[in-house]
Design a binder for this molecule. Structure first.
Ligand code: DAH
Length: 342
């Protein structure tokens, strides 16, 4: 009996170690432990043994049972481990994490800052929440000036200041003009103020938050040729040598004379097309600083003169050659399929 048992266990162990699938192991298990399995058959034989042998063989059967059960369990675990194991090949090139880049408005701000810094302008920023006085009065726009309606300003709900008036979300970067005069004290001043501006508009060419860059140059004997020369330089570097700038007479409260600045259309080269209509695209406003603005900044208009300009960053960037963005709001929709292209 002992011998039969030993042979059986030996044979089973060999089968277990040769098995390569879970299904084979399951059937080996049944062959041993099933109702009519080999080990069960032997267990049934126990009753024919002598009282002496019974406990001895019984104990042996229990030992083998445990051994075989364990062998099957271990083998199953090894098969599962092998099936789920991922081979790592360290020579395969890795997966590069996607690289981000600066938002195109940030890129434009950096480019514009560099172009002006090269000719001696100092980049500054002033508060996005400012007083009415810096946004309007200091710029020669009185309380009842209808021009103020154009700015459709966001007002902050707070008690007004006795001198500076209400607080507003800065509607243009011109509010930095007198702040810069106060900071520098006496000319020369060469400021490039780039900041966020706010007006309640939302359509294909407007977002309620946008950016402007404001130039201000004040010194002795500054005149319109300096203004025009600076714009020509900017246009050449930012847009390329083919594009031309023109000044068109206009009216702003804070400059005298005032101009709208146009640039030849990059699509039709100034001939006239669907985008520009007559060959020109409007960049923004400019002019010679009004004496009252100089006075508000405590600068003597009899000694100093200056020029100023304020243009939208997004607008100006859109006028680069080959760029045709049909809806400006796309810039702020955070859609990486759009942003990835720049
Ligand atoms: N602040 C004006 C606006 O937002 C733009 C502007 C016009 C700025 C003429 C200037 C200027 O500095 O001289 O519409």
């Amino acid at each position: 009996m002992e011998e039969t048992l030993l042979k059986l266990v030996d044979k089973s162990k060999k089968e277990i170690s040769a098995a390569s699938t879970i299904a084979t192991l399951n059937s080996i298990f049944l062959n041993i432990f099933g109702q009519s399995g080999t080990l069960m058959k032997i267990t049934k034989e126990l009753k024919h043994l002598s009282e002496e042998e019974k406990p001895k063989i019984g104990a042996l059967i229990n030992r083998y049972k445990k051994e075989l059960e364990n062998a099957i369990k271990k083998k199953k675990a090894r098969i599962i481990e092998q099936e789920t194991k991922v081979d790592i090949d360290v020579t395969i090139p890795g997966i590069r994490p996607p690289l981000g880049h600066l938002h195109l408005v940030t890129q434009a701000i950096l480019q514009i800052s560099r172009i002006f810094e090269k000719i001696g302008f100092t980049r500054v920023r002033y508060p996005e929440i400012d007083w009415e006085w810096y946004s309007f009065e200091s710029l020669n726009m009185t309380k009842d000036s209808p021009a103020r309606d154009d700015f459709e300003t966001f007002f902050i709900e707070a008690d007004p200041h006795p001198k500076f008036g209400k607080m507003v979300l800065s509607p243009h970067t011109s509010s930095g003009q007198v702040r810069e005069m106060e900071r520098v004290g006496s000319p020369p001043i060469r400021m490039i103020n780039i900041a966020k501006c706010y007006r309640p508009n939302w359509d294909i060419s407007h977002t309620p938050m946008f950016h402007q860059f404001e130039g201000l140059v004040i010194d002795k004997s500054i005149n319109i040729t300096h203004l025009k020369g600076t714009f020509d330089y900017f246009a050449r570097v930012f847009f390329g040598p083919k594009r031309k700038i023109r000044l068109r007479p206009f009216h702003f409260q804070f400059t005298e004379p005032s101009f709208e600045v146009d640039i030849t259309c990059g699509v039709c080269d100034g001939k006239g097309c669907k985008l520009c209509k007559e060959g020109w695209l409007e960049l923004g406003g400019s002019g010679m600083v009004h004496p009252n603005v100089l006075k508000a900044g405590k600068i003597d208009p009899n000694i100093y003169t200056g020029y100023a300009f304020g243009w939208g960053i997004e607008r100006t960037y859109m006028m680069k050659e080959g760029l045709k963005i049909e809806d400006l709001r796309l810039l702020y929709s955070n859609d990486t399929r759009f942003l990835d292209q720049f």
